[in-house]
Ligand binder design. Structure first.
Ligand code: NAD
Ligand code: DAU
Length: 370
């Protein structure tokens, strides 16, 4: 039995990881530490809140004393670190929080785990426990690719281009240094773009789904030919599971979907999927009367080219050969099944995204790029 501390567990990927873990390892105990920023949402954890093996703590990862007390109180053996400021556009308009949480927050977690797991002597008669600090990072630390460049491997040199990716790169380096210098048992995974349930609607896929339902423009930055490698979020959780159970301490593993799409093509695909959903389920026209699909008009007419993101990376692609070969990682969901599930989830969970949309992020969003 393990005791996990999951930072950022009320966010998109963290919450999906919590659901994955509690289903697959019901004997483990899991504590979520989350500051509940604009991106954190307790509704994402509603399904596990009554589980006696689950504890939620609202707090900041920069609070080293709080983290130390949680490590001791819950006898944490495994820390899985998702908490971050995650949106590239926000890092361009306001980098401070990214430096604070992504760099200083990770540093506080490293200091706390070193102090409790390494520096504090084990009481006499107690066995020394095995520990793990798993750091969740991104493919964006590797920079940008041209259309013909080979995909990023774990050996690709870091070349982050946005304040977000630079802050994640800095945190990756700190994690590496704490292993190399102090022997902290760390692993890191660098993953490509996730999609799926609970995805905050400032990000491309949920934004497009919800705007289609509201008959609002679908903003395409620049020429829309930027490429991302999309992975269903539960497959990210599965990859982290394999790294925790089979990965080598001190190593980095790339996790990706082998699924590259240009932004404009993915937006067109979502338009088609929603039109198909409306054609198959007549109740949707009553539920979402504003949608063009409700009146049999072409959804793609909502596509609107807008000013490009400054410093916009052209292409990301993950080469996950090492993770495939060493850990046996193969994503379980195809893009066709994953995106269909995602569209269905947003159609069935209007209450979730309406509540999120009522938050202040909408004001911020309308000031950007339109
Ligand atoms: P998210 O923005 O949806 O969630 C972040 C969570 O962290 C929120 O619940 C927020 O409240 C919490 N948080 C933020 N600052 C905090 C602080 N100082 N203390 C405690 N909690 C804090 O992010 P996400 O998309 O779920 O990403 C999770 C992690 O995965 C991040 O580290 C991100 O860099 C990484 N990642 C994301 C993707 C992706 O496609 N979204 C891909 C690869 C890697
Ligand atoms: O690659 C992994 C990264 O993926 C994670 O590390 C980040 O946390 C996560 O936010 C995501 O970053 P992106 O910038 O790739 O995701 P986003 O959904 O913001 O944008 C996807 C692409 O779509 C990107 O090329 C920008 C473009 N875009 C985005 C929005 C929100 C648009 O064209 N229009 C939009 O309105």
């Amino acid at each position: 039995m393990r005791n996990l501390l999951v930072t950022g567990g009320a966010g998109f990927i963290g919450a999906n990881f919590v659901h994955y873990w509690m289903e697959n390892y019901p004997d483990d105990r899991l504590v979520v530490l989350d500051a509940l920023t604009y991106a954190g949402n307790l509704a994402n954890l509603a399904a596990v809140q009554a589980n006696p093996h689950f504890t939620f703590v609202q707090g900041n990862i920069c609070d080293q004393a709080l983290v130390e007390s949680l490590l001791l109180q819950h006898e944490i053996t495994t820390l899985v670190h998702f908490a971050a400021e995650s949106h590239v556009d926000r890092s361009i308009t306001g980098p401070d929080e990214f430096i604070e949480t992504n760099i200083l927050g990770t540093y506080a977690l490293l200091k706390a785990t070193k102090k409790i797991w390494i520096d504090t002597p084990v009481s006499q008669g107690q066995p020394a426990l095995e520990h793990r600090f798993h750091h969740v990072s991104t493919d964006e630390v590797y920079g940008t690719l041209s259309a013909t460049d080979p995909a990023f491997t774990e050996a690709t040199a870091y070349a982050p281009n946005s304040p977000y990716s630079a802050s994640k790169a800095a945190s990756d380096h700190l994690v590496r240094a704490y292993h190399h210098t102090y022997g902290l048992a760390v692993t890191t995974s660098n993953c490509s773009n996730n999609y799926g349930p609970y995805h905050f609607p400032e990000k491309l896929i949920p934004l497009v789904i919800i705007n289609i339902l509201h008959n609002k423009p679908l903003p395409i930055y620049g020429d829309g030919m930027q490429i991302r490698d999309w992975l269903y979020v539960q497959d990210h959780a599965y990859g982290i599971d394999l790294v925790l159970n089979k990965g080598k301490v001190g190593e980095t593993y790339n996790i990706g979907g082998n699924n590259e799409w240009a932004n404009i093509n993915i937006v067109q695909e979502i338009c088609h999927l929603l039109e198909k959903a409306f054609a198959e389920d007549k109740t949707l026209a009553h539920k979402f009367p504003q949608a063009l699909a409700a009146i049999h008009q072409k959804t793609e007419t909502l596509i609107t080219y807008v000013k490009d993101r400054p410093g916009h990376d052209r292409r990301y692609a993950i080469d996950a050969t090492k993770t495939n070969n060493e850990l046996g990682y193969i994503p379980r969901e195809s893009f066709a099944t994953g995106i269909a599930k995602t569209v269905q989830w947003y159609l069935a969970n209007e209450a979730w995204w309406q509540a999120v949309m009522d938050g202040s992020y909408q004001d911020w969003l309308t000031q950007q790029y339109v």
